[in-house]
Design a protein around this ligand. Structure first.
Ligand code: FES
Length: 335
């Protein structure tokens, strides 16, 4: 059995400088950091920025005009679904087009056939599903920010290319050119996979359309947030209690405390207007009831956490949703 050190030919043991290998830190670091490099590279593409800005200039005002449209909210998933719709729908074209590849790979009949076969049916169903998925993706894109918006646009362009390739594949399949149809279908699936990877980057690395307050549980004990005298009536006020950003609001003697970070994409609610005890996020217009955090308008699909409050010795105190267990009184043992 070989041991790890002092072997003949081991550069470290022989006092030699080892060249860059897979096990050297720089090569390993490069290997695991390529996704971040890819996102950064995409973000620096001048044409992508220009296209993103132009699309934003066109779609932004349209979105603002139709902010109350329930169809737009439903395309996000919205408060009724409770989840974003786009990631769920995107499974359909991927699955259906994967089925096309399997059927093509297992089809042993070399005779040219015109018309639509089982693989063609799956291809067509995937194209319809891809259209619906694109609609929800475009809708989500209009409420994304900064780098996420550029990467999201590239993701959409790749998906559009995949859709075009799949359409060409279906056309040639129906015309009886099955070899060409298979090649185009495989190319479409490869581009779809690349687009899916970028979609995964947006969700799992950047947290796009993921609740920004999913882990907000602090503070675990009653904590002073603000002196009562410093809270004006009917004016959203931002405070921090044990690192948690909270918006305080007082109306006719009633006190409200709600997480200040919008669950949709992190907008600061204290910078938005309050009307009828409902706060509007200044970033993309989600609305939350101050009393219970319920969403009354998307794109947010998750309620905003509210915190219990109390007043002690002239201070407004708040507490999170998972209070620490009570300390046993001195001298008393736990049962
Ligand atoms: S951050 Fe998008 S609605 Fe609040």
């Amino acid at each position: 059995m070989r041991t790890g050190s002092g072997q003949a030919g081991d550069p470290a043991a022989a006092g030699q400088q080892a060249g860059p290998t897979l096990s050297s830190p720089s090569a390993t670091t490069r290997l695991v950091a390529w996704q971040g490099d890819l996102a950064g590279w995409l973000d620096r593409l001048g044409w992508l920025r220009t296209l993103s800005d132009r699309l934003t200039a066109v779609l932004g005002p349209v979105r603002e005009r139709h902010q109350d449209n329930l169809v737009l909210e439903l395309l996000h998933g919205g408060r009724w679904v409770g989840h974003p719709l786009h990631p769920a729908l995107s499974d359909l074209p991927i699955g259906l087009w994967a089925g096309v590849m399997v059927l093509d790979a297992t089809d042993r009949d070399p005779a040219p056939r015109r018309g639509i076969d089982a693989a063609g049916m799956l291809s067509a169903a995937g194209i319809i599903a891809a259209g619906a998925t694109a609609l929800t993706g475009l809708n989500d894109w209009t409420v994304s920010n900064d780098q996420d918006r550029r990467v999201g646009l590239f993701h959409g362009l790749l998906n559009t290319a995949a859709l075009g390739l799949q359409g060409a594949s279906l056309g040639t399949r129906v015309a009886g050119h099955r070899g060409t149809a298979r090649a185009l279908g495989a190319a479409s699936f490869a581009v779809t996979a690349a687009a899916g990877y970028l979609g995964g980057h947006l969700v799992f690395t950047k947290g796009v359309m993921v609740s920004r307050v999913a882990w907000a549980i602090e503070p675990r004990r009653w904590t002073r947030a603000l002196q009562e005298a410093d809270l004006p009536d009917d004016s959203p006020t931002a405070v921090v209690a044990e690192g948690r950003q909270i918006m305080l609001y007082r109306h006719r003697g009633s006190l409200y405390a709600i997480d200040n970070i919008c669950s949709h994409a992190g907008g600061l609610l204290s910078r938005g207007p309050v009307a009828d005890l409902t706060v509007t996020c200044p970033l993309h217009g989600s609305r939350f009831a101050l009393a219970d955090g319920c969403v009354s308008r998307g794109p947010a699909s998750q309620p905003q956490p509210v915190l219990p409050t109390r007043i002690r010795n002239g201070w407004i105190e708040v507490r999170g949703s998972q209070p620490a267990p009570r300390r046993p009184a001195k001298g008393r043992t736990q049962p």
